[in-house]
Design a protein around this ligand. Structure first.
Ligand SMILES: Cc1cc2nc3c(=O)[nH]c(=O)nc-3n(C[C@H](O)[C@H](O)[C@H](O)COP(=O)(O)O)c2cc1C
Ligand SMILES: C=C(O[C@@H]1CC(C(=O)O)=C[C@@H](OP(=O)(O)O)[C@H]1O)C(=O)O
Length: 395
């Protein structure tokens, strides 16, 4: 089992991640991890915090001489902003804690339900951990998972589909256009493939900002080069679609997830949904469509695996909504904390990390060994089997 634990508060000293279950002998490129962290910090609509932080990973354990050792991997990402919060967020006595007390819960954030559950009168004790700052640690961990998957030709991408009501047509991604998709999404301020829609999305964010509003949207995250046979139909908890959905849904503010074209498929006729199966000697088994998102029966089928995720608007509004003061129950406006206006592009990068987690876990389940060489051997045997028995050509 591959396990990720994160720890840390948004304005605390830093974020810690521990990954358990990675094999020995995986080459780790720290520059690659840092680049992933930078990607998550980008995206039009982010707030002032992103110019304070310059996220960098510091690997503490589990890696030596550029390779994993097989033990738990641990790392830290320090928070630059902690310099401004030491007297409020330190682990010891906090002389200025009261100054930044949060008592007017923001509708849509974790403030109120968290305070009720943990019995905190200062809701900062909730928001600090609920904050999506934690997703920096997930992205650092995701960079390890991506490096593992890349050894087997599995590559992750994401594209923003909509921001507010501006919607672009998602591009179908495969090995042939992957590099182009990477290039186009990386150079787009909103990670969108459609330049006209990109301009409209930016305009929409600008308007929302002026009006004290916030925005959500939707994104696609996917993986090309995934071998058939990851996940399983045999038990509910082994189904890969359910597992990936949980991982993506766990991203703060993501409120719906679909596998492939799941939502549109629900209103189509069966003949217009299921991806027909063909075979030629030249191509082997192939499909012309991929509405299933590369997963049938909870098992990958060799097509691009993709999911779409829907993000609600950011809960903190500069024109705040009605709330209560939990000290006296009076009606007030909700707390205003420094905030993003829209974070869909950043969420797309986080979704890449979570997809990489789910696929790496399923991959290690199938081909797992303690060492990369053993995994490569098992993988090679499987590819040979697929060619021999199933005449598989596209790996
Ligand atoms: C990358 C990213 C950045 C976010 N930035 C903010 C923000 O600046 N302000 C805010 O109120 N919520 C922000 N959110 C959303 C909140 O973290 C989230 O709504 C909150 O934790 C409550 O969880 P829930 O929406 O899943 O119920 C962000 C989410 C993501 C994924
Ligand atoms: C810090 C990050 O995102 C934060 C997520 C967040 C929230 O409530 O989720 C609130 C904001 O925090 P702050 O008030 O410090 O600006 C975001 O900036 C990050 O993504 O690294």
């Amino acid at each position: 089992m591959l396990k990720l634990i994160t720890s840390g508060e948004s304005h605390g000293k830093g974020l810690v991640g521990i990954i358990e279950g990675m094999p020995a002998g995986l080459k780790v490129d720290e520059g690659y991890i840092n680049n992933e962290l930078t990607r998550r910090q980008k995206g039009y609509g982010r707030g002032g915090r992103m110019s304070i932080e310059k996220d960098k990973v510091e690997i503490i354990g589990g890696v030596r001489n550029g390779e994993t050792l097989g033990g738990p991997i641990s790392f830290v990402i320090w928070n630059n902003d902690y310099a401004n919060w030491q007297e409020i967020m330190g682990a010891g006595e906090c002389p200025r804690a009261e100054e930044r007390m949060v008592v007017r819960p923001r509708p849509g954030h974790a403030d109120l339900p968290g305070a009720i559950k943990y019995n905190h009168q200062d809701m900062r004790n909730i928001l600090e951990r609920a904050s999506a700052r934690e997703t920096a640690a997930r992205v650092a961990a995701g960079a390890f998972f991506k490096q593992l998957l890349a050894c087997f030709g599995i590559y992750i991408y994401s594209q923003v589909i909509s921001i507010g009501e501006v919607k672009a047509e998602p591009v179908r991604v495969n090995r042939e256009n992957l590099e182009e998709v990477w290039e186009k999404t990386e150079t787009s301020p909103v990670r969108c493939m459609d330049r006209d829609k990109e301009a409209q999305m930016i305009g929409m964010i600008e308007r929302a900002k002026k009006e004290g509003e916030s925005l959500g949207g939707s994104l696609e995250v996917g993986a090309v080069g995934v071998v058939p046979g990851l996940g399983s139909h045999v038990s509910w908890e082994k189904r890969l679609d359910g597992r990936l959905a949980q991982l993506i849904m766990s991203i703060p503010a993501i409120k719906a997830v679909e596998i492939g074209e799941g939502i549109n498929n629900a209103s189509r006729l069966g003949s217009k949904v299921h991806d027909e199966i063909y075979y030629t000697e030249e191509k082997g088994i192939y499909r012309l469509t991929n509405r299933s998102g590369g997963i049938e029966g909870g098992i990958t089928n060799g097509e691009t695996v993709f999911l779409r995720a829907y993000m609600k608007p950011i809960p903190t509004l500069y024109k705040p909504l009605s709330s209560i003061d939990i000290r006296n129950w009076e009606e007030v406006k909700a707390e205003v904390e420094r905030s993003d206006i829209c974070a869909v592009p950043a969420a797309a990068v986080v979704a890449e990390a979570m997809l990489a987690y789910g696929l790496a876990e399923a991959f290690l389940e199938k081909f797992g060994g303690d060492n990369m060489e053993h995994i490569k051997e098992a993988y090679k045997n499987y590819i040979n089997y697929m060619g021999r028995v199933w005449r598989w050509k596209r790996i």
